[in-house]
Design a protein around this ligand. Sequence first.
Ligand SMILES: [Ca+2]
Ligand SMILES: [Ca+2]
Length: 368
Amino acid sequence: MGRAAPLHHRPAHRPALAHPHGKPAPHHSPHHHAPPALDRGRPARLPLGPVLALMFFVIGLAWTLGLAQKIPTPINAGRARAATAGRIVSPTQARARLGDRDGDGIPDSREDVLLSRYAPNAMVAADDASLPANVDWVRARTGWNLSTPQLGGLLVPPRRIDDATRKGSTDPRDWTMYGHAYPRAGGGIVLQYWLYFPFNKAPIVFFDHEGDWEHVSVELDENDEPVSFDLSRHGNNAPGVKVAWKDVPREGDHPWYLVAWGSHAAYLKPSEAPPWERVVDCPRNADGTPRVDGCPVLVWRAGEGRTSPLVNVGERTAPRLEGDRDGFFMRYAGLWGEAAMLDFMSAAPPGPPYQRGFCADSDGTGCL
Ligand SMILES: [Ca+2]
Ligand SMILES: [Ca+2]
């Protein structure tokens, strides 16, 4: 650029294009075909029109991009428009829009908060013949699936559970607490919690059977204040023995309870159990709470640091169905195994939704 002429030396009316030897370029000669050379002694003049056009283009592009960030385009915009264009929706869709997928009038989010807040701490003897597990855990080991004729209300026992699976899991992280919340008769809410055990070991072998479902409940009044803790045991299971909330040993809002060895009935203390039943307890603090560290129990523990899962399965006619395991839990109407010896003495139970205890103390609008 050293040869470029200073701006103040630029001639005022010099043609834009010039002959290399100073002769004027033949602007209108039809016979001139050589491309004209640029005058290197003169900087190119920026034409005003294209510059303004470029400026408007850049400003317009920036405005457009900025607006796009403020108004995101829905991924399924077409589908969303169709869904809001007056189409008839199913009851399931309507419930989902209201945040009440299980249709019992209690918002899902409220159910989940309450179920988690009052979830119990279940103490199970570490040497129990059959520790808890979860639906997926046992299905993975037995091959039960949703396409078998065990569905649809047919009470056909699945094939037997092998000895290793009968023992359940020694890792409480495999123990799922299946919960649901429903309107309580007279006002309030019932929070119900179920544990699954692959086997029931009775004091007399004739009463052994595969599959065992046991539950406890927390009853709340109209202000969500706890009223009682209900412990299911043997024939008294709908909802079970009610204990006033003030008499229940707790870790914060989480009740402590004991699971009887083998039969898995629920107790607050061993003295409540009949003589033929064994209940393992731990040393107690002055307030009645157990010292579980160093004690031969395994614990499904609620509250801070909880590692065992809690699932809200919804109601029988409107399961939440957030996972395949929930579907099997709610829709499998068959028995959860075979009797160990004699079917007429002790059959395996049906799943919780098909037991009368699942709807205990309902006002009739939930647990449909
Ligand atoms: Ca609900
Ligand atoms: Ca519910």
